[in-house]
Design a protein around this ligand. Structure first.
Ligand code: NAP
Length: 303
């Protein structure tokens, strides 16, 4: 099976990118969309993010065979309840939320009896809203699909094919494992970036202009992550609380070990640790998940 009518609820970075990608790579598929924000709906029409931007969630889903919820994690349940009265019983329900266990539970509670197969495209930028989306967002990025047990295998393979056509590499994973992996690869780095940028701006003996002026020393790359959408990240930390706290505990222990190595002058521990982390960076580049050019390929090499 394949999908012919895709409804997208939430027309920001993720929803807009899916809408544009479907039009680019699946030209026979019709897309409808809805966003709670009327200004976003106007902008979505202007940019042509989907074929038809509807004024209600029920209008957007009434003829769909796949609905993808692209709203912040805390809004998934409410968005699903709003669409429920018109959602065809055989439509596949999916989403793009950054944490999977709590969102799967919200969708299942809001839409009893529906086939729900959650997904998470590990693709994003620090920008949000209807102007942020672009068709190639998912190309050569991973999309993790977390089907519940048991699942509808026909619908699962159609969802895998859908994401592959949009350019993603698909991985099937248990939702609990997804939340743990993403806690360390995405959620913790964001928490560290939010912390370090906050710490620098709170320092009394370093001026804000100095922080900005000398940011190329490494701080600048944290500021890009720390510019990410506050609503979404507040939701992610609360929705994936347990896994984030587990990883934070582990991180704190490792940080304390490095702190000790610095204090006692343990050069071998520091050198070995930094050598190991450098190898991880090399693997990420070899897998095509980042740019190996100096300074991440920025055109102006001012750093
Ligand atoms: P976004 O750009 O802020 O877009 C979300 C849109 O959903 C906003 O326009 C929002 O309107 C709207 N919305 C909120 N509640 C709604 C409702 N009940 N019904 C309809 N629309 C509603 O956010 P995004 O970056 O696309 O993120 C969407 C989802 O993708 C999140 O669950 C996030 O975890 C996941 N995700 C994000 C990234 C990333 O890098 N950004 C990566 C992977 C996955 P308002 O602005 O008025 O609230």
């Amino acid at each position: 099976m394949s999908f012919s009518n895709v409804a997208i609820i939430g027309l920001g970075l993720q929803g807009g990118s899916i809408g544009l990608a479907v039009q680019a790579y699946l030209p026979g598929v019709r897309t409808t969309g809805y966003d709670a924000d009327p200004v976003t709906r106007i902008r979505a029409r202007e940019r042509g993010l989907v074929h038809e931007v509807c004024e209600t969630a029920t209008d957007a889903v009434k003829t769909c065979d796949l609905v993808i919820f692209c709203v912040p994690p805390s809004a998934m349940g409410a968005a699903a309840r709003e669409a429920a009265p018109a959602l065809p019983k055989d439509a596949l329900v999916s989403d793009v939320g950054s944490c999977k266990q709590s969102i799967a539970a919200s969708l299942a509670e809001a839409l009893p009896g529906y086939t729900i197969i959650p997904a998470h495209p590990v693709a994003g930028t620090e920008h949000s809203g209807p102007d942020a989306g672009f068709a190639s967002l998912f190309r050569n990025r991973w999309c993790i699909i977390t089907p519940p047990e048991p699942t509808d295998l026909l619908k699962l393979s159609a969802l895998v094919a859908f994401w592959e056509t949009l350019g993603a590499n698909v991985e099937i994973m248990d939702a609990e494992h997804h939340d743990l992996v993403l806690a360390v690869t995405s959620h913790l780095p964001h928490l560290i970036a939010y912390t370090i940028v906050g710490t620098a701006s709170d320092l009394e003996n370093v001026t804000e202009s100095e922080v900005i002026k000398y940011s190329a020393g490494g701080f600048r790359d944290f500021t890009r992550i720390a510019a990410s959408d506050p609503t979404m990240w507040r939701d992610v930390f609360l929705a994936n609380r347990e896994a984030v706290l587990t990883m934070l505990q582990r991180f704190t222990e490792d940080l304390t070990a490095l702190q000790r190595a610095i204090r006692v002058g343990d050069d071998k521990t520091l050198f070995d640790h930094f050598t190991r982390t450098r190898a991880i960076r090399r693997s990420i580049i070899e897998e095509g998940q980042d740019d190996e050019r100096p300074d991440f390929g920025r055109s102006d090499h001012e750093a």
